[in-house]
Design a protein around this ligand. Structure first.
Ligand code: HAM
Length: 421
């Protein structure tokens, strides 16, 4: 309820997306379908809620998303369910459940829809927000990394965002790679534990890499001289990372290597990346992603490689404002009914035009002829098709070109052809 108790409001952290912004959202979904279908990605829908374990095991208990932000509830059967806070773990769950990975590889999928995280709302940060994402599952080599990143970059550009791409490799969990690096980082952090912000000290135990994500000035100071993962990658991870960079350069996708990009979800291996955009304040990440070669195993399946990204639709809409792609209602012909007897044939004409793919609008407010003509101008229609008693008697209508102000009587059957020409 609002403060005076008179009406309901959308829950905190959620928002209604109204026209014309909703048209821009639709245009982004259309752009996603076009962009990703042209690279052989197929759409997937997974449920809005999953068994909580999918996220606990998939995304990881040490991530903030899982341990602080999930909307978790028991259903009437006592099962613990969670509104999806992200869609990568659900997609991999679906791939495993339906054995898609036993067919042609890689399995390439895209999705668009709401995600839910109980975060503190602010500009660009909501509790229900929308993501567009892709996942490519089953290909371990670097070409798919480059494909995924190039698609994300191009999508953002076509959506009107000038993205800045930050790229990193966080290696794989082995002693000669990330585990060894973790030890070096823990040693470094333990030696400076008193300089860290108190709230960050626990990260040394739980997930030292994530100390790079701290917003605390004291911690950031410590992290500015911390050892970097890029200096500890094993030869295979290093070669993979170099090849990804080489491929991106070959297609002119600009990027900066940023060894401090560690990502907030636990499933990442090797390639990790983020897209940022200007004008968004502190929530400037418009998308992020990476490789997750251990995720299928965490969900009880076999080892299957995977990589993908998700883009924050709300932030893209914020960043592009009126400059992004849009759509709108498409009224080409406004059918004007002059007099009560004309209402029925006017309605029939509007339906016939629509069925033929021509956008048509009609009065529903019992307006007089003059008011209908005004409404026709407001609707953006190019044509007014006037159905009146004289015209009806002759099986004709008056077709007026609203841009040029000229009109003529034509047989009713010729309206479609005339409007199309
Ligand atoms: P993520 O970095 O958690 O990654 O989210 C991706 C994007 O979703 C962010 O960059 C941001 O634009 C948007 N986003 C996240 N939280 C919010 C929020 N509370 N309000 C508004 N926008 C938000 C993932 O979700 C991974 N599943 C990405 C991925 C796909 N990795 C591999 N495949």
């Amino acid at each position: 309820m609002s403060e005076d108790g008179s009406s309901f409001r959308a829950p905190k952290g959620t928002r209604d997306i109204l026209p014309p912004e909703s048209w821009r959202l639709e245009a982004l979904y259309d752009l996603a379908a076009d962009t990703f279908a042209a690279a052989a990605y197929a759409p997937i829908e997974t449920p809005m809620f999953e068994h909580t374990e999918v996220f606990a095991r998939g995304v990881g208990e040490t991530s903030e998303v899982v341990n602080k932000q999930m909307y978790t509830f028991p259903d009437k059967g006592g099962r613990s369910l969670t509104l999806r806070p992200e869609n990568t773990a659900p997609v991999v769950r679906a791939v495993l459940e339906h054995n898609l990975h036993r067919g042609a590889l890689p399995v390439k999928l895209y999705y668009a829809g709401p995600q839910f995280r109980q975060e503190r709302p602010q500009k660009g940060r909501y509790r229900e927000f929308f993501q567009i994402g892709i996942e490519a599952i089953g290909a371990p080599g670097p070409t798919i990394d480059a494909e995924v990143i190039e698609l994300g970059h191009r999508f953002l550009r076509d959506a009107g965002v000038e993205p800045h791409l930050k790229l990193n490799s966080i290696g794989h969990p082995a002693d000669d790679c990330r585990l060894g690096y973790n030890r070096a980082l823990v040693d470094y952090l333990q030696a400076r534990v008193d300089d860290l912000a108190p709230g960050d000290r626990g990260r040394i135990e739980t997930n030292p890499l994530r100390t790079f994500d701290s917003k605390e000035g004291r911690t950031r100071e410590v992290m500015s001289t911390a050892p970097l993962i890029t200096e500890h990658l094993c030869p295979d991870c290093k070669a993979h990372f170099e090849r990804v960079q080489d491929l991106l350069r070959s297609v002119g996708v600009p990027f900066d290597v940023d060894p401090r990009i560690v990502r907030g979800l636990d499933y990442y291996t090797r390639t990790a990346f983020e897209f940022t955009a200007g004008g968004l304040g502190s929530q400037d990440a418009v998308g992020g992603g990476g490789r997750y070669d251990g995720l299928a195993e965490s969900l009880g399946g076999e080892q299957i490689a995977g990589i993908g990204f998700a883009l924050g639709v709300d932030r893209i809409l914020l960043a592009t404002g009126d400059n992004g792609p849009s759509r709108g209602s498409r009224v080409e012909v406004y059918v004007v009914a002059a007099g009560e007897d004309a209402a029925r044939p006017a309605f029939a004409l509007a339906c016939r035009l629509r069925a033929g793919g021509i956008g048509a609008e009609i009065d529903h407010m019992a307006r007089g002829m003059k008011a209908q003509m005004k409404d026709a101008d407001r609707s953006g229609a190019r044509w007014a098709a006037i159905v009146g008693p004289d015209e009806l008697a002759a099986g004709e209508i008056t077709l007026k070109n609203l841009r040029e102000g000229v009109q003529e009587r034509i047989p009713i059957d010729e309206v479609e052809g005339r409007v199309r020409s």
